[in-house]
Ligand binder design. Structure first.
Ligand SMILES: [Mg+2]
Length: 218
């Protein structure tokens, strides 16, 4: 079926942190004047607290002393500074927008994800952006995928979704009725639910190819 829209995941799909997350966490801890924070402890708390606007509630639960707001801000700055695009993304998006509606659907606190877009200079590169911190649930919940389709004014059946995570991105998009394109990295295996696979190192040419193939039924 012809496609009307292409929606992207952000983290590890279009942009990748160039320093490891523990290093970034260490910087946040130092800025907040507390002893080292373990990435595993951060992830535990992250799983229990759904931070909707900022990561302050996560650091609030994590820190015995120190200011959680300062830690959250320092972590956000460290993450943003370390983020690098996987190639010329504005060029790819601009090209896709000549043919499709182009959206972004990203999990995370609103402020954290919004400032990533600003740091990358991509605020105006999409026809629609949905950050799931503003919703009752994140990916793979169907409401996340419905929200971006509504924002773009398209139906899931004519929308391709491009992301790296086998569950949050690919199973979620597929269950929502979208065409699921998995971006392959060294982090995850191939997702069984994907309709197509592209290598992140060759994202632009391979994505153009699978979208054309699908669009024209080749
Ligand atoms: Mg991702």
């Amino acid at each position: 079926m012809a496609l009307a829209a292409v929606v992207f995941d952000l983290d590890y799909t279009l942009a990748v942190p160039q320093r490891d997350r523990q290093t970034l966490l260490d910087e946040a801890a130092a800025a907040a004047g507390v002893d080292g924070l373990e990435r595993s402890a951060y992830l535990d708390v992250h799983g229990q607290h759904r931070a909707t606007t900022t990561r302050t509630p996560i650091f609030d639960a994590l820190l015995d002393d120190g200011d959680p707001e300062t830690a959250a801000r320092a972590y956000r700055n460290a993450v943003n500074d370390a983020l690098a695009p996987v190639g010329d993304i504005p060029e790819l998006l601009a090209e896709l927008r000549t043919q499709y509606r182009v959206g972004l659907l990203t999990d995370g606190p609103v402020q954290a994800q919004q400032t990533k877009l600003e740091t990358l200079g991509w605020e105006n590169c999409f026809d629609g952006v949905v950050i799931t911190g503003s919703l009752p649930a994140g990916k793979p919940d169907g409401r996340a995928f419905e929200a971006i389709c509504a924002d773009l004014g398209v139906t899931p059946e004519v929308t391709a979704y491009v992301g790296d995570h086998p569950d949050a991105d690919i199973r979620g998009a597929s269950a929502a009725g979208m065409v699921a394109v998995q971006v392959l990295t060294d982090r995850f295996e191939r997702a069984p639910d994907a309709d197509y696979y592209v290598e992140r190192d060759r994202l632009a040419p391979q994505l153009r190819e699978v979208l054309e193939r699908h669009h024209y039924g080749r």
